[in-house]
Write a protein that binds this ligand. Structure first.
Ligand code: PQQ
Ligand code: CA
Length: 568
């Protein structure tokens, strides 16, 4: 049975992987050094497992490993339990999804959570299901939100002190972003925290507090359908007992419709707390602090990206996050206060930098659309913006190495043509008020894995990739950085130089998240392969460039045989 202690110590225990992020701080760093720079060339496949041919799309999941069983979620809200020694299936659960679900960006699922004798995951129709971890039988099944209003669910749930904490998806449909906490044993709701100003939270079935101040940073009734989906889930910083969730784009995309003042007029049009990071008290759902990365966001620069809790080299307690808007931020773990930032993509057109308070210095003439066109019911001027709306970094998680003190950030170098148009809210319909076409910024590459020093705020090196990177990264005490490419390669790099030390062709594009653990004295590594996610759907010119990539759906598990651990 999985306990709070096991979840709290996941980052240090080599025998299993019981959390998404390999620790609730989401460092994705393994203390294992059996596999290292000298012997990684001897890593060989142990087994592979097919997720089945029918209805498979982007496989973004991270495997969990516990008690001899690997748990994998499949793109169409499926769960597979696999014997970790043999690769044979133990059981499979298929959620019956209703007609009419509205996931914006492919049918995907990013993983599960383990608690007690259960494995818990969210389904695309915005429900949360707890299964018996041994049999796959349903223990409870709860509704997070109404899929008919555009809500969906794609993230891995987070478990803290017996509460299962979830976000929601639907920012492109004018939903309201929210964080919810339930008793993980029963599924009973404990608290809710909407993340847009003006909405009331609840605690134990009673109204608790309002988020922000009603109408403070939103014009008229726009806050009622203000977006800010918490679609990537959250992290937990045990040092300060804080849940940290990011919030997505404000709705609609057309920022002129959300302007409650002029950009120089204080924070009147900031649209809090969309495109922000929020620190939340896990006991009550109260907001402790917020840090907004893109005030009056107008490019779909969702602020959802994972916040990783880490200790800087001088011991200060820090948080780091690489935003879709192209800037990598370091924050103070105590209160989310701004410490510093660095652009991690080469071409940023919307801001000239970040000021001393962490607020972007906008280049206002590069903001998409113009107010007059929106008011007249006309299409606005086309503007080129970089990064494009799929972001300098999208959902794919970065990793921190305790060995080097650096972050390893999967990024993309691309822009977009974007224009604004009028839009009105209609339940269950797209609520954008924008049109767009993604374009590559460079001929030879879009993807770029970057090593970033969070103390000096320097990009130390990059490894370029032709197609956009869309999968997670993992670091190890053995000095390795693992990641996958849409071209299908699963790669190990040297954490100091970026030199490629090993790679394996998995047969489909990788958009999954690697893990490693130790079993019978040998080190194992797993990755799920299966191309998909937002790029083939929304990637414009880039999608056309990569339309040769084949879909898939395989779990690949590798091991370093004992007898080859010391050999080269
Ligand atoms: O605002 C939202 O609610 C929302 C949700 C999701 C999602 O749940 O997958 C994505 C996005 N936005 C989004 O903007 C985006 O680029 C995106 C990419 C992906 C993916 O998994 O490839 N999901 C999402
Ligand atoms: Ca979005």
């Amino acid at each position: 049975n999985v306990t709070e202690d096991m979840l709290a110590n996941d980052q240090a225990s080599a025998a299993d992987v019981v959390t998404n992020g390999m620790g609730r701080h989401l460092q994705r760093y393994s203390p294992l050094e059996t596999l290292n720079k000298e012997n990684v060339g001897n890593l060989v496949p142990a087994w592979a497992f097919s997720l089945g041919g029918e209805k498979q799309r982007g496989q973004e999941t991270q495997p969990l490993v516990h008690d001899g069983i690997m748990y994998i979620t499949g793109s169409y809200s499926r769960m597979y339990a696999i014997d970790v020694k043999t690769g044979r299936e133990l059981w499979q659960y298929d959620a019956r999804l209703p007609e009419g679900i509205l996931p914006c960006c492919d049918v995907i699922n990013r993983g599960a959570a383990l608690w007690n004798d259960k494995v818990i995951f969210g389904t695309l129709d915005a429900r949360l299901v707890a299964l018996d971890a041994k049999t796959g039988d349903v223990v409870w099944n709860k509704k997070i939100a109404d899929y008919k209003a555009g809500y969906s669910y794609t993230a891995a749930p987070l478990i803290v002190n017996g509460l299962v904490v979830t976000g929601n998806s639907g920012g492109e449909f004018g939903i309201v972003g929210e964080v919810q906490a339930r008793n993980a044993d029963t599924g009973e709701l404990v608290w809710t925290r909407p993340v847009i100003e003006g909405h009331m939270g609840t605690l134990n079935g009673q109204e608790s507090t309002m988020t922000g101040t009603l109408n403070a940073t939103w014009p008229g009734d726009m806050w009622k359908t203000g977006g800010g989906a918490t679609w990537l889930g959250g992290s937990y910083d045990a040092r300060t007992d804080t849940l940290i969730f990011g919030t997505g784009n404000p709705a609609p995309w057309n920022s002129h419709l959300r302007n409650a003042g002029t950009p120089t007029d204080g924070n009147a049009g900031d649209n809090l707390y969309a495109a922000s990071r929020i620190g939340i008290d896990p006991a009550t759902g109260e907001i402790k602090w917020h840090f907004q990365t893109t005030p009056r966001e107008g490019w779909d620069y969702d602020g959802v990206n994972e916040v990783v809790a880490y200790d800087a080299r001088d011991g200060s307690q820090r948080l780091a996050t690489a935003d879709r808007n192209g800037f990598f931020y370091v924050l103070d773990a105590a209160d989310g206060g701004y410490v510093g930032s660095v652009p991690f993509v080469k071409d940023i057109t919307w801001a000239s930098g970040i000021d001393e308070n962490g607020r972007p210095i906008f280049i206002e003439e590069n903001r998409p659309g113009n107010p007059a066109a929106a008011a007249d019911g006309k299409k606005g001027d086309v503007v080129f913006s970089s990064p494009g709306f799929l972001g300098g970094k999208n959902w794919m998680p970065m990793a921190f190495s305790q060995r080097t003190g650096n972050f390893y950030v999967p990024s993309n170098e691309w822009g977009m043509d974007i224009w604004n148009e009028p839009v009105t809210y209609k339940k269950g319909a797209a609520y954008l008020g924008s049109g767009f076409t993604i374009k590559p910024n460079y001929e030879d590459h879009i993807g770029s894995l970057k090593a970033i020093d969070p103390d000096t705020l320097e990009v130390k090196w990059e490894v370029k990739n032709e197609a956009p990177l869309w999968g997670g990264v993992m670091t190890t005490a053995g000095g390795l950085v693992f990641y996958g490419t849409p071209e299908g390669e699963f790669v190990a790099l040297d954490d100091e130089t970026g030199e490629q030390l090993w790679s394996f062709q998995t047969g489909s594009g990788i958009v999954g998240q690697p893990v490693t653990w130790e079993q019978d004295g040998e080190q194992y590594v797993s990755i799920v392969s299966g191309w998909g996610g937002a790029v083939p759907l929304w990637g414009g010119e880039v999608a056309k460039k990569v339309n040769y990539l084949n879909q898939g759906g395989m779990v690949w598990t590798f091991r370093l045989p004992k007898e080859l651990a010391s050999a080269n």
